[in-house]
Design a protein around this ligand. Structure first.
Ligand SMILES: Nc1ncnc2c1ncn2[C@@H]1O[C@H](COP(=O)(O)OP(=O)(O)OP(=O)(O)O)[C@@H](O)[C@H]1O
Length: 251
């Protein structure tokens, strides 16, 4: 379990995380949802260890990791822009991290991931020959071969559309379940958060507005902000689709 206690982060005079406390159970998928600037990425980076915190504690499986360096934490992140190496092909990108730690995944496990993510026919392609969805899957595979204790994803679906988005969403779910992998996903899309995760953390101005299961958020929004920001967006989407159907039948 990851236990976050009263986590604080400031930049100059700006309070970015204002004492965040929450627990994430092993194998749980948690989405972090909130408007731009609410502190989502900062929270992810504090958990990863790339950003130093200014107060509070991070406890992982009863060990205080607040001052443990990023490399020793064993968490891993897929960045928003994938950060793939353009001079290496897809396969070389996937196995890159294993050069220094070959004990983490054997060839069979690497092939299993490649199969699971549907990357077999793309392995020899250079990065600029891959679509957005394929790049995203390569980035995921590259991170997963390192067997992270916690998988962190920063807006993994934002650059993808329609069918590809759904397919990657399902793959993330399958992987999290199959490997019992704790997964924390930053998103600003309520639909994505509610359909993908076991629990949703809704943030506003560095504070938690609500941390609950999707059903609870839908049926018992904790405050006006959750209701307005999250549920209204869903309602607008629903109404747009409904209107589209109405028009289609009317014509
Ligand atoms: N290195 C930094 N120095 C100063 N301010 C920063 C730094 N990193 C983030 N911030 C500020 O912290 C606040 C929260 O940023 P953060 O990236 O965590 O938000 P976010 O919720 O992920 O937003 P978005 O959805 O736009 O990515 C913003 O006001 C941002 O300007």
């Amino acid at each position: 379990m990851l236990h976050i206690e009263n986590l604080k982060k400031v930049y100059g005079k700006n309070v970015i995380l204002n004492g965040i406390s929450l627990d994430i159970q092993d194998g749980e998928i948690v989405s972090v949802l909130g408007p731009s600037g609410s502190g989502k990425t900062t929270l992810l980076n504090c958990i990863l260890g790339i950003t130093k915190i200014d107060g509070g504690h991070l406890i992982y499986n009863n060990e205080d990791i607040t001052n443990v360096a990023m490399e020793q934490r064993g968490f891993n992140i897929v960045f928003q822009d994938y950060a793939l190496f353009p001079n290496l092909n897809a396969y070389q990108n996937i196995i890159y991290g294993l050069k220094n730690k070959p004990e983490l995944s054997n060839e069979e496990e690497v092939q299993e991931l490649i199969e699971l993510l549907g990357l077999k026919e793309h392995l020899n392609k250079s990065i600029d020959q891959l679509s957005g969805g394929q790049k995203q899957r390569v980035a995921l595979a590259r991170t997963l071969v390192m067997k992270p204790k916690i998988l962190l994803l920063d807006e993994p679906l934002s650059a993808l559309d329609g069918v590809i988005k759904e397919s990657i969403k399902n793959k993330i779910k399958t992987i999290a379940r199959e490997f019992h992998l704790t997964t924390i996903i930053v998103t600003h899309d309520p639909e994505e958060a509610l359909t993908l995760s076991d629990r949703v953390l809704i943030m506003k101005d560095g504070n938690i507005s609500q941390y609950a299961k999707p059903q609870e958020i839908l049926h018992q929004p904790a405050c006006v902000f959750v209701k307005d920001f999250i549920l209204n967006q869903l309602e607008i989407k629903r109404n747009n689709i409904y209107a589209l159907y109405q028009n289609a039948y009317a014509s």
